[in-house]
Write a protein that binds this ligand. Structure first.
Ligand SMILES: Cc1cc2nc3c(=O)[nH]c(=O)nc-3n(C[C@H](O)[C@H](O)[C@H](O)COP(=O)(O)OP(=O)(O)OC[C@H]3O[C@@H](n4cnc5c(N)ncnc54)[C@H](O)[C@@H]3O)c2cc1C
Length: 434
């Protein structure tokens, strides 16, 4: 390991690893530091890794659609092999139920039309054809198990849904991150795993490196905070929070894995479904399981926690999610001992990420990924590398934000959209849907 690098990336999750890859592809000698023993072992490893192309904002949607093309041809994007193999993209498509809560998806369809994203309107019979185990009676608005009326239909059937074929999920998010690490290493990047950053060094008014938990000091003129739920703590270490209008916090989340009902192969015939009528999303999981997460409806409590001290066991929330899924799939069996994951989102005030510079020259951040940015890792990697180059060459990104070209979809976005200095964006869904 050298004592000096061009850039230090704090965090080797999927976005941190993609930033290291894209910086090293631009000739920067990078060191990624992560306190865990392997890349992608933090929240990335618990990610549902759903690849979808619908968001509530135009820029969010554009970023997601651009990223889809990298997942579509992952080996070509990586340009290298990995001794553990490549993560697989299961392109099963995503179905979003039309409800009053999401305005029957009129806004999402308008954004999709503007960006040329394929989508189809499915009426209830088409949904039943694809998912014969589904009961389309309405249960919304979603409730918690202990609320009166839980599990009782609220009248009528869902009006249908919108199917986005260019979506699906990644088989193994940790492996995808390992793939990015190997690709970055092939371009000269280095990874230091099992070591925590405990101090950010500032000299003569700009960042100068980091101090590690073994006392070691590594110098670099650029440091990037990609520390996930610890992003707020790293910003505090750097005193980078002093001008920020948007903050980030760690939010506890439960995702349950339920066996599919007997006789239906959800793993092969299922798809990603976003269902605001029951406040849950789901996707196929290996072993013919259905993975079920919450879409953060108002009834579900938001449990902001200390990322170093929180309960990793299931609470009633996991059971509530399983039972809500059981409203849609009446034949679903719910095991007495739930399986799945309990982990953290790094949530920003408006659930839109912060991809930005900071008040300290040389200190950057890719944070606040709010449970929905796994899919965007490759593009965020490119965008952050371009942003760092732009700022380090003397440009003032706060005054004249970088305009970044999305090559696959042929569009340019204003990176100022993701600024730490923005006002809370009222267009956001203020949920994991972004
Ligand atoms: C349950 C769950 C489900 C999700 N589902 C989806 C989904 O379906 N689709 C989607 O697109 N996104 C999803 N996400 C979000 C997505 O997984 C994250 O946005 C993404 O993984 C964040 O990657 P990252 O690189 O920012 O960091 P993380 O994976 O959060 O990693 C941060 C890393 O920083 C390291 N670190 C922290 N502090 C220090 C320090 N002081 N020194 C050294 N290292 C440090 C940690 O050890 C960790 O490895 C989900 C997230 C969760 C938790």
């Amino acid at each position: 390991m050298a004592e000096t690098y061009d850039a230090i990336v704090i965090g080797a999750g999927v976005i941190g690893a993609a930033i290291a890859l894209e910086l090293s592809r631009r000739g920067q000698h990078t060191l990624s530091v992560d306190k865990l023993p392997a890349s992608g072992y933090g929240p990335t490893s618990s990610s549902c890794a759903i690849i979808r192309v619908y968001y509530s904002t135009l820029d969010g949607t554009a970023l997601a659609y651009e990223s889809y093309f990298d997942w579509k041809d992952w080996p070509q994007y990586l340009r290298v092999s990995d001794e553990r193999g490549h993560a697989r993209f299961f392109e099963c498509g995503c179905l979003v139920m039309k409800t009053e809560m999401n305005g029957h998806l009129e806004k999402h369809c308008a954004l999709a039309a503007e960006l040329g994203i394929p989508h189809e309107h499915w009426h209830p019979a088409q949904i039943k054809e694809r998912l014969p185990v589904y009961d389309l009676r309405r249960y919304g608005p979603p409730k918690r198990m202990d609320e009166p009326g839980f599990g009782e239909p609220t009248g009528g059937e869902l009006a249908g849904g919108v199917f986005f074929p260019t979506g699906g999920y990644i088989s193994d998010p940790q492996l995808a991150t390992h793939n990015l690490q190997r690709a970055a290493e092939a371009s000269g990047a280095e990874f230091l795993l099992g070591r925590a950053v405990v101090e950010i060094v500032e000299e003569r008014g700009r960042v100068a490196g980091v101090v590690l938990d073994d006392g070691g000091r590594i110098a670099a003129p650029v440091v990037v905070n990609v520390a996930g739920p610890h992003s707020g703590a790293i910003n505090k270490l750097a005193r980078a929070d002093r001008d920020m209008k948007i903050s980030t916090k760690a939010l506890r989340q439960e995702v349950v894995h339920l066996p599919a009902p007997a006789g239906f192969d959800f793993e092969k015939r299922g798809l990603v479904v976003s269902d605001s009528d029951i406040g849950c999303y789901c996707r196929p999981e290996s072993g013919n399981h259905i993975l079920v997460g919450s879409e953060d409806p108002p009834c579900d409590p938001r449990e902001f926690v200390d990322p170093d001290d929180y309960d990793r066991d299931f609470s009633d929330q996991g059971t509530t999610q399983a039972c809500r899924m059981g409203q849609r799939i009446p034949e679903l069996g719910i095991p007495s001992r739930l399986q799945g994951v309990v982990d953290l989102y790094d949530v920003s005030d408006d659930w839109i990420p912060i991809y930005d510079k900071s008040a300290i020259p040389g200190f950057y951040m890719a944070i606040g990924t709010s449970g929905n940015q796994f899919k965007n890792a490759s593009v965020v990697g490119r965008m952050m590398a371009a942003l760092i180059e732009y700022c380090e060459s003397g440009a003032d990104h706060d005054a004249e934000p970088l305009q970044f070209r999305l090559e696959h979809i042929g569009r340019t976005i204003d990176v100022g959209f993701f600024s730490r200095l923005r006002e809370v964006n009222p267009e956001s869904s203020f949920s994991v849907l972004g």
